[in-house]
Write a protein that binds this ligand. Structure first.
Ligand SMILES: [Zn+2]
Length: 358
């Protein structure tokens, strides 16, 4: 118990990030004393992982009360589903991408039963966050939920997912660098109080990630480092009691793009681009960020997307209104101006936006 705030900090009791983890899911849940579970799979994933998961659970003597595929993040549909789950349900397992993870997370929260997070791609830190991004009255909203009781990640599965999801995870991970700098900026302007422990945890997470040597981003070591670091930064939020350690001005740009565009890119793709932009604006570790985004192939992928710099210019202007109660670099006009100059002037960004050299 945190004495000052009286707030309980939740940390996952199960954390398995390894090759072949999916085959072991039954054993991990049995060790934690679960015997009746409900599983939500992402779209098309019963075909891919259904038999491995079911066999593993059966073998461990765990009863699957219900299972289904799910492709909605509509809060009403999820609420109805949660309250129709059998009363014997001891845990809700979410297997798949961000959507089904958030849906299962919210079901567990509503039913006050543990949620087991089994991401099949590394596209963001949502698998270890305490909030769920759901559609409420037609609009995407971040709702408070609960940290996963268990996080089980099969690095073999992650490495076989389309590579764009990995780039997205990389973008979301490097964003902790600019997010933490924004948080400090916020404190320096009297608009927040940094939780030192949360900052230390998030810093360690991202630094460990950016310093990991690798030959290919599909290397088990690299994937484990990425997933562990994403999980660890989720805990930083939990400690801080807010998303400030992992989400700063770069996330505001991505949220603005999500609102503006009919077809936004993956969360971590937008965030990664905005992270590099903001690191130049903040004059903080932009060389390191550029190195990671270059070496992993992130920039090469982004170059194929034919992004429009005007969308990003508009998103920079819109960013402070997304979270008016925060005080990031983009909440100051001077830095919005600088961001717009960097967007059209920085050689790396000109390349990805296909702006010809004048
Ligand atoms: Zn993010």
């Amino acid at each position: 118990m945190n004495i000052i705030t009286g707030r309980y900090i939740a940390i996952p009791s199960i954390l398995k990030v390894e090759a072949g983890a999916l085959k072991q899911i039954g054993n991990y849940l049995k060790e934690a004393d679960f015997s009746n579970v409900v599983i939500l799979f992402g779209n098309g994933l019963i075909d891919m992982f259904g038999s491995v998961v079911m066999e593993s659970l059966l073998h461990a003597g765990i009863t699957v009360l219900e299972y289904q595929e799910m492709d909605t993040v509509n809060v009403e549909e999820i609420t109805n589903l949660a309250f129709s789950m059998p009363s014997k349900t001891q845990a809700v397992i979410g297997i798949g991408g961000g959507k089904v993870i958030d849906a299962a997370k919210y079901c567990g929260f509503l039913l006050k039963v543990p949620f087991i997070s089994v991401p099949t791609s590394a596209s963001s830190d949502g698998f270890s966050s305490a909030s769920a991004s759901l559609i409420v009255n037609g609009r995407r909203k971040s709702l408070p939920a609960k940290m996963a009781y268990g996080i089980i990640v099969d690095t073999q599965v992650i490495s076989s997912a389309p590579v764009k999801f990995l780039y997205s995870g990389i973008g979301d991970m490097v964003s902790k660098i600019t997010a933490l700098h924004d948080w400090q900026f916020e404190e320096d302007h009297g608009a927040a109080i940094v939780n030192d422990f949360a900052m230390m945890v998030a810093k360690k997470a991202v630094n460990s990630f950016v310093r990991t040597p690798y030959d290919s981003i599909q290397d088990t070591l690299f994937l484990k480092e990425l997933l562990d670091s994403l999980a660890m930064s989720g805990i930083a939020n939990e400690i801080a009691g807010s998303s400030a350690p992992t989400s700063g001005s770069e996330h505001l740009i991505s949220h603005a793009l999500d609102q503006m565009l009919e077809q936004p890119q993956l969360h971590g793709i937008q965030v990664g681009i905005a992270t590099y932009l903001m690191s130049v604006v903040q004059n903080h570790r932009s060389v390191r960020i550029n190195t990671v985004l270059t070496k992993t192939g992130f920039w090469d992928y982004v170059e194929t997307l034919n992004l429009d710099v005007n969308d990003y210019l508009e998103a920079v202007e819109m960013a402070p209104s997304i979270k008016p109660f925060r005080y990031t670099y983009l909440h100051e006009k001077e830095y919005r101006q600088k961001a717009k100059e960097v967007l059209t002037g920085d050689p790396e960004l000109r390349k990805i936006f296909h702006i010809p050299s004048s």
